[in-house]
Design a protein around this ligand. Structure first.
Ligand SMILES: Cc1cc2nc3c(=O)[nH]c(=O)nc-3n(C[C@H](O)[C@H](O)[C@H](O)COP(=O)(O)OP(=O)(O)OC[C@H]3O[C@@H](n4cnc5c(N)ncnc54)[C@H](O)[C@@H]3O)c2cc1C
Length: 600
């Protein structure tokens, strides 16, 4: 067992070979290796990182580009052909080693929708068990509760490796921002931290922070480290999976290369039971397509032998898009996050953290969110919700692959009708977070637009052979109207009474931009960022006839011994930052795999 940086001490085969040592790969690898007779290999292109930058929560928000993929997009058709960029973790722990540490759960309707789209066993009641199993909440001290007014519920948490608690510091400008929500705008402050399936309102959401050391807990710290000395669990770092090898429609192992090469140093590692793809929503479809599992039209173009024509591989891409409006605060100064750019203040904060584990370094991002429904933002909610399914030519707003494969369009229509139902029935879809020193950040958490991920060559290297990524963002007219509502709402919020004393000034786009069509034009040209680092959906768990890639047990259609366990399987993106839902899904996946293994 242990950490490997070359092939010399690997076993000749493993029961399970897992591609990707990010969130899902580590959860599944750790759980499967709990049975001492089961051998597991995790292959991860990145390496372990033990620097302060990833451990100290405040620094979580400063990106470590050496630990990430920076995946550019193709020119985005509905965003004036701008090029977007997707950041992804490229290190042991994947996204959880570099992410913003927000712990937030999906709402009941988000998970029930997966069942409505044809995957029994994934409803809220079921997934709630795994939200519970994967996590643990630590109650903040009475002093902090009194000082900041933290509200939370411990019900809904178990004793799992993903911690949730609060920093022991909040920037003072958060409090007028909270007053603006509650006193001025009249939204309720939820007492339950939004952990129980109902998200409407304003609440304190937790952070994945170790409650004693106040440092980041990644999937590596929470899951892998405690299991790292198991003799049956190996991790090969600095290497990547280039393809899945199949024989007679059965996965028999993978091809592995060193991270610095796509031509030399390849070996094939056999899997006795299963290959599990956990390389994330961009690289899992890449591996599948290079293995001959994907849309035949695409595979033929690159002369990849078709092993299974599965059009959904790479389609159905979803992320949360963010509408950026920037502010400056003229008064009173300094009481916000901006202070950290002052060297003296920063150094004092670092010294305080190192000495006492207190102060601004314990806080990655603000903990307060408001999540609102369409009816919260407009009186015309019914008409607007009706427009979700009322498209004259859906293919004109979808990536071209949808045109060649009718089941993709069927699946998309099924999704829109489920989404319309949720949104008409008051599900939350807008997310607002006070970004200290930056004003109110807002995200569209239930997008109707869809993107796609496709190989651009047969080079298997995740960086050199990088995929074509089309975010597809801002394509569906409903998303545009929703963004316009969020934009206007943000302006209203920023002028509320409690925020007056901060003297907010809208800098971009500025108050000169007022007419709806001008706002929309600025959104397309500049304000909309097509990602909040939450890519999902590219190997969706849906029926094959709806363009799905995996069944409700996460098995790839048509290939025995091959599963996907990562954010690619989410058929619809939840109303949540994706780590907590991913931990829950990966825990459930491990139980499914183990359950089947027992029957062998
Ligand atoms: C900058 C950033 C900020 C974020 N902020 C938050 C947040 O505040 N809260 C939240 O809930 N979520 C956040 N997320 C999202 C969250 O971290 C992800 O949803 C989650 O990590 C996805 O898990 P995964 O298992 O699908 O993929 P990942 O965790 O990304 O793991 C995939 C792993 O596969 C490896 N890999 C890729 N290709 C190959 C290959 N061919 N062979 C071998 N290995 C490969 C990668 O290096 C990576 O380690 C953020 C993500 C990022 C990148």
């Amino acid at each position: 067992g242990g950490i490997h940086r070359d092939y010399s001490s690997l076993r000749s085969s493993y029961d399970y070979v897992i591609a990707g040592g990010g969130l899902s790969g580590l959860v599944v690898g750790t759980r499967l290796s709990e049975s001492p007779n089961t051998t597991v290999l995790i292959v991860e292109i990145g390496d372990f990182d033990d620097t302060w930058e990833t451990a100290i929560p405040f620094l979580a928000t400063i990106s470590r580009s050496d630990l990430m993929f920076q995946q550019p997009s193709t020119p985005l058709r509905f965003l004036d052909n701008r090029i977007g960029n997707l950041a992804l973790g490229k290190t042991v722990g994947g996204g959880t080693t570099v992410n913003g540490m927000a712990v937030s759960r999906g709402q009941k309707q988000d998970h029930d929708a997966w069942v409505k789209l044809g995957s029994p066993g994934w409803d809220w009641e079921e997934i709630f068990k795994y939200y519970k199993k994967s996590s643990k909440f630590t109650v903040p001290s009475p002093e902090l509760v009194a000082k900041y007014g933290y509200k939370f519920s411990t019900n809904g948490f178990g004793d799992g490796p993903l911690p949730s608690t609060f920093a022991n510091f909040q920037w003072p400008d958060l409090f007028p921002a909270n007053d603006a929500w509650i006193k001025d705008m009249g939204y309720p402050l939820r007492e339950d931290g939004g952990t129980n399936g109902d998200l409407l309102g304003v609440f304190w959401r937790g952070t994945s922070i170790d409650p004693v050391n106040m440092t980041r807990v990644s999937a590596r710290k929470g899951y892998y480290d405690p299991a790292s000395n198991r003799p049956n669990l190996d991790i090969l770092v600095g290497h990547y999976v280039g393809k899945v090898n199949t024989r007679d429609s059965k996965a028999v192992g993978v091809d592995v290369y060193p991270a610095d090469s796509s031509t030399t140093g390849k070996i094939s590692i056999p899997a006795n039971k299963e290959v599990i793809l956990s390389a994330g929503a961009v690289h899992t479809p890449q591996i599948l397509q290079l293995s001959g599992i994907g849309p035949s039209s695409l595979l033929n173009r690159f002369n990849v032998t078709v092993v299974k024509d599965l059009p959904g591989v790479g389609a159905n891409f979803q992320d949360h898009c963010v509408i950026g409006i920037s502010y400056r605060f003229d008064k009173p100064n300094p009481i916000n996050r901006q202070q950290m750019s002052n060297g003296t203040f920063f150094n004092a904060a670092l010294a305080e953290f190192l000495a006492n584990r207190t102060g601004p370094m314990t806080l990655p991002n603000n903990n307060v969110r408001a999540t609102l429904s369409l009816a919260n933002l407009t009186f015309s909610h019914a008409t607007l919700a009706a427009s979700i399914t009322n498209l004259t030519d859906p293919l004109s707003i979808l990536p071209p692959i949808y045109t060649s494969h009718p089941q993709l369009l069927e699946g998309y229509k099924a999704q829109l009708s489920v989404l319309q139902d949720m949104i008409s029935n008051g599900a939350a879809m807008f997310e607002f977070t006070w970004g200290s020193a930056a004003g109110l950040s807002n995200a569209l958490d239930k997008p109707m637009s869809r993107g796609a991920v496709y190989i651009s060559s047969t080079n298997p290297h995740p960086v050199d052979g990088r995929v074509n990524l089309d975010f597809g963002a801002f394509a569906h007219p409903f998303d545009v109207q929703a963004a316009l509502l969020a934009f206007k709402f943000t302006r209203r919020y920023m002028t509320s009474e409690s925020l007056k004393r901060l003297e907010p000034v809208e800098v971009v786009p500025g108050l000169a931009v007022q007419r709806d069509e001008d706002v929309i034009a600025r959104m397309r040209a500049e304000l909309v960022r097509p990602t909040n680092a939450h890519p999902v959906g590219t190997a969706a768990m849906m029926p094959e006839k709806l363009g799905g890639v995996v069944d409700a047990k996460l098995r790839v259609y048509g290939i025995e011994g091959l599963r996907v366990v990562d954010a690619s399987v989410f058929p619809l993106i939840p109303m949540a930052h994706t780590q907590a839902p991913m931990y829950a899904v990966a825990e459930k996946a491990a139980d499914i795999i183990r359950g089947e293994g027992d029957g062998d």
